[in-house]
Design a protein around this ligand. Structure first.
Ligand SMILES: Nc1ncnc2c1ncn2[C@@H]1O[C@H](COP(=O)(O)OP(=O)(O)OP(=O)(O)O)[C@@H](O)[C@H]1O
Ligand SMILES: [Mg+2]
Length: 647
């Protein structure tokens, strides 16, 4: 026996090891990082993003003006060095005939004109002082426009992102249960985190940099051509080399960056899973196996991170050095032109500067475009959720059901979660107000599914469900759900106090009503033993409570609601039998004129039901009250006597 257990353990270990890599969604939601694929239709997505700019248009126009000014001031600022240097050279070598370019002449004339007006003293001194003041003022304008632009852009982007987040969240609340049942929580969450963050970065950084990069490129080029077309040719000749280098390295570093992000996702996922599942890890003595697995993933991440950071790190120096070569050649040719008087000293100085900068906006543009497109792909994923089909809206003539009694009838109901697999077959049942109907049957028989149909979590394929004679499809959805109180099979508590959590069942309930409901649910005594009673803060789905206590709070929530129909799905499965009995009496009193559906594996809880339905593979195979069913000596008898034996 001991040996076979050991073998089993080994077998399990090897399966776990094999699956560990597979389980991590490589490049899945967590590992997706910045390189989130390509957008399907960039134009459409941009147009849709622009709709979120409504109300920000004026601010946006101002941003564009500021961006233009910022870039232009930085270009002109750099250029002003030319006339200053020229002036100083003319002092040193007054005989040398210079051949200034158009812009140099313009700048020279402007400075001379202002200098004569404002300053007394020697001509050169006046000129240089004036030029410096001009330079300072232009940079000051640049500082102001940069500040204004950054602030406005932030307010626009944050405003847009807030709207997108609100829309996405509001949409989620409208989506049918099917949407959540068929997707991983992490996948939905990543739309709010990764994707929206990327849109934010795109609006704030990429967009700004793309615009200013493009303006810088054009501006620099104009200044370069007017200063010396020969030198411009020399610089431009180097562009393909620079572009090719930038492109190749950029591609490599992007590839390794994506690999690094996916490795990071794998490591994070593994940590998260082992932390949340630590108890299971300990129960099965998997600590060592986990460490081994982790170190494998960690090792993989180190490799990928090394490559990503290496290629990310060398991009700058390699590009820098290549442009130094271009710089050296340009200055060399420029020197020759200078000797022949084809260019001024100032012109050459400024040109050399430009030639060094020229490749930068090009590389930056290509890099930002990649981020831009991956953010657009993120935006598409966000819009995809927004375009999901919501729960069908109520018909305009939907019944508001003012005074629902709770007369529930199901006729020939057939349903499957997927069209190719029927889960419920030809279900018929009849429940009068005040009656207690129980569902029993093996795991997966379809008990929870029946209750999901009652409040239209899912719509049925065939048959009809009516309440007080009205088809549930014709009842307003919010009215329907308000009239069906449910204690779901899996409990859920929100962050907040015990009082707030119970009040979730009916928001206008007074404190006294909440306490009365807690008493009905036998929750009062344990709540009073909590540190702050009803004001005790619950966190992380009620992690500081026992499983049974969580169930009691969920029952109290349902007891608070005045709904005429109550569904209890395994509501007391974790509660001791004595407490269960108490709850039952309390609920029976509460539900005297209402309809109750009870699902329970513990058959003692359903004994007093008016009718018990035994479900098997989606079909009701037996029905009747406890005594009838025992007499039939069928499935219920088997279940009941089997359970007794086990007891
Ligand atoms: N969201 C879903 N999507 C697809 N199939 C589902 C879904 N929920 C349940 N099923 C399938 O429907 C069948 C009935 O499930 P249901 O939850 O109704 O069982 P149950 O009787 O409540 O079982 P248990 O006693 O374990 O709670 C099962 O075979 C299950 O695999
Ligand atoms: Mg169930």
């Amino acid at each position: 026996m001991a040996r076979s257990l050991e073998q089993l353990q080994q077998q399990y270990n090897s399966i776990a090891k094999k699956n560990a890599f597979k389980q991590r969604p490589q490049g899945g939601p967590r590992g997706r990082g910045m390189m989130g694929g390509k957008p399907k239709s960039a134009k459409k997505t941009i147009a849709r993003l622009l709709t979120y700019m409504h109300g920000f248009r004026l601010r946006f126009a101002l941003v564009l003006v500021c961006m233009l000014l910022t870039t232009v001031t930085s270009l002109i600022g750099g250029y002003l060095l030319a006339p200053i240097i020229n002036k100083l050279t003319s002092v040193v070598t007054p005989d040398k005939k210079l051949n200034p370019s158009v812009f140099e002449k313009i700048a020279d004339r402007a400075i001379t004109k202002f200098a004569g007006k404002f300053f007394p003293g020697g001509e050169t001194m006046k000129y240089v002082l004036m030029a410096l003041i001009l330079l300072g003022s232009i940079y000051c304008i640049g500082v102001i426009t940069t500040y204004v632009q950054a602030r406005l852009m932030l307010s626009i982007s944050q405003g847009m992102i807030e709207r997108i987040r609100n829309d996405l969240f509001a949409k989620l609340q409208k989506l049918p249960v099917r949407f959540f049942d068929s997707r991983q929580t992490g996948e939905i969450m990543s739309r709010f985190t990764n994707d929206i963050d990327n849109i934010d970065v795109m609006i704030n950084n990429s967009f700004t940099q793309i615009v200013s990069g493009a303006v810088t490129l054009v501006g620099t080029f104009i200044f370069m051509v007017t200063t010396s077309w020969i030198l411009t040719l020399v610089t431009v000749a180097f562009i393909p080399v620079l572009l090719f280098g930038g492109f190749t390295i950029g591609k490599l570093s992007r590839k390794y960056y994506a690999a690094q992000q996916s490795a990071l996702g794998a490591v994070n996922g593994y940590i998260e899973e082992t932390v949340t599942g630590q108890k299971v890890v300990k129960v099965f003595n998997h600590e060592e196996c986990c460490v081994e697995e982790f170190s494998k993933l960690n090792n993989d991440m180190r490799d990928k991170q090394f490559k990503a950071q290496f290629w990310g790190g060398v991009t700058g120096p390699i590009m820098g050095n290549t442009s130094q070569v271009s710089y050296a050649v340009t200055v060399g040719v420029g020197g020759i032109l200078l000797i022949f008087g084809k260019i001024t000293v100032g012109g050459l100085t400024v040109f050399a500067q430009y030639s060094r900068q020229f490749a930068m906006p090009i590389n930056m543009l290509s890099q930002q475009m990649a981020t831009f497109f991956s953010a657009l792909a993120g935006a598409e994923r966000v819009f995809e959720v927004m375009d999901e089909v919501p729960e069908a809206p109520d018909a305009p003539d939907a019944n508001p059901m003012d005074n629902m009694k709770g007369h529930v009838v199901m006729e020939h109901v057939t349903f499957g979660y997927n069209p190719d697999k029927t889960v419920l077959k030809d279900i018929n049942l009849y429940a009068k107000p005040g009656q207690k109907i129980a569902f029993v049957g093996s795991t997966g028989a379809g008990k929870t599914t029946i209750t999901n149909l009652l409040n239209r979590f899912y719509d049925i394929d065939q048959g009809t469900i009516t309440i007080d004679g009205v088809n549930v499809k014709d009842i307003k959805r919010d009215v329907l759900r308000k009239n069906i109180a449910m204690v779901l099979q899996d409990t859920h508590l929100f962050s907040g106090t015990v009082m707030e959590n119970i009040r979730y069942g009916r928001l206008d309930a007074t404190d006294d009503e909440v306490i009365a409901a807690a008493k009905t649910a036998s929750a009062h005594s344990f709540i009073m033993r909590l540190s702050d009673g009803y004001q005790t803060q619950l966190d992380g789905d009620g992690a500081n409570l026992s499983q049974g206590q969580r169930q009691l709070l969920n029952i109290a929530r349902a007891a608070l609601s005045k709904a005429p129909i109550l569904v209890l799905d395994e509501a007391t499965s974790s509660v001791d039998t004595r407490t269960e009995r108490h709850i039952e009496h309390g609920m029976d009193r509460l539900m005297k004129d209402r309809t109750t559906f009870v699902i329970a594996h513990r058959l003692s809880t359903v004994r007093n039901a008016n009718a018990i339905m035994v479900l098997e593979h989606g079909e009701i195979i037996e029905r009747g009250d406890h005594d009838d069913l025992l007499e039939q000596k069928g499935r219920y008898y088997e279940l009941y006597t089997g359970a007794k034996e086990l007891d």
